[in-house]
Design a protein around this ligand. Structure first.
Ligand code: TXD
Length: 321
């Protein structure tokens, strides 16, 4: 059996870590594409030269030409610019939409059978645009946000309880923005409800709620918290790890259930929009969306998040995309 092939479009901060993790896990051969000359070639050479130390046997190649992504099973897209001082949301939307359009055209031409995971921001709009331009079926176009947002939420819960993060189950649904919806009701430590543990820890229901509300708020603002510390860019280790978890489930047909930005067709009461929901990821990409009943408060928060996604998509259409 020949090795799988991953194309990484965008060789910046996240793209570099994606290449390294793919190699270290021996998931697939890697082609790292960027429009900046020599950058992807330099990064892949650097990573490849650690192959003896790390003990991996995959090929790594940097390129500035789309034809090199030919035959890719999976494509992960990070191409795009982060917001700079003085740039409006519309400015960023226009710039990144232009980039995403050219990327979608390149992927459509040279990797027409690939499964695609998009990471570029504004996420929900970029996934929508890629789908529109490529014409790929919905099961092959998805976005990464929920794995990261959920991992952040789980980390905060683990730190608060002083318990291994491995045993925390916490899920964040909705769009990738301030309106995302951490699902508190089902957060648990190997089945034990987190809220009950907090109530016992503080022996006070109101205090437990206050602590949970703060963790929910921190989860929603977690991207900004990292940006503020880094000053020159946004989070890149954790977004890369999150996309790799999705990639691994797809390439190895693990059928893991991961929160994924997927096109809804009636699930959670929504049709025709990309929103974060629990998804079974396997060799066919988005194989199934796991719909379940939200309570009134969760549904209201989810609908609010969907409205934010809708207005983002409308803004993009208004700008001509
Ligand atoms: O969870 C999530 N979805 C996210 C998303 C979490 C954090 C950051 N997220 C977004 O990912 C972020 O707002 C950006 O839109 C992307 C990529 O973040 P990264 O930190 O990797 O950005 P960089 O370092 O600026 O890298 C972007 C690269 C850079 O090397 C550019 O030269 C390249 O994109 N680029 C292009 N590549 C290919 N094709 C075109 N047209 C192109 N234009 C720029």
């Amino acid at each position: 059996m020949s090795r799988k092939k991953i194309a990484l479009i965008g060789g910046g901060q996240i793209g570099g870590v994606l290449a390294q993790l793919t190699a270290q896990k021996e998931l697939a051969d890697v082609v790292l594409f960027d429009i900046v000359e020599d950058l992807p070639q330099g990064k892949t050479l650097d990573i490849a030269e650690a192959s003896r130390v790390d003990g991996f046997d995959v090929q790594l190649r940097g390129t500035n030409e789309y034809k090199d992504i030919e035959g890719s099973d999976l494509v992960i897209i990070t191409a795009g610019l982060p917001r700079k001082p003085g740039m409006s949301r519309d400015d960023l939307l226009t710039t990144n939409a232009k980039i995403m359009k050219t990327v979608a055209e390149g992927v459509k031409e040279f990797a027409p059978n690939s499964i695609v995971i998009i990471i570029s921001n504004p996420l929900d709009a970029m996934v929508t645009l890629f789908k529109k331009v490529s014409g790929f079926p919905a099961n092959r176009v998805m976005g990464q946000a929920g794995v990261l947002d959920s991992s952040r939420f789980a980390s905060f819960i683990a730190w608060e309880l002083g318990i291994s993060v491995k045993d925390i189950n916490a899920m964040v649904l909705g769009g990738h923005g301030d309106t995302m919806v951490p699902i508190v009701r089902y957060s648990n430590v190997n089945g034990v409800p987190v809220m009950e543990l907090l109530e016992r820890k503080y022996n006070d229901k109101a205090k437990a709620k206050e602590i949970m509300d703060a963790m929910v708020q921190r989860t929603k603002m977690a991207g900004g918290e990292v940006v503020k510390l880094l000053k020159t860019g946004s989070a890149f280790y954790s977004p890369a790890s999150s996309a790799i978890a999705m990639a691994e489930s797809i390439l190895k047909d693990q059928k893991r259930v991961l929160p994924t930005c997927a096109l809804l067709n009636g699930e959670f009461g929504v049709s025709g929009y990309y929103v974060g929901v629990p998804v079974v990821l396997g060799s066919n990409g988005v194989e199934k969306i796991l719909d379940f009943e939200l309570d009134a408060e969760e549904q209201a928060a989810f609908d609010n998040s969907v409205n934010a996604v809708k207005s983002l998509v409308e803004d993009m259409e208004r700008l001509g995309f």
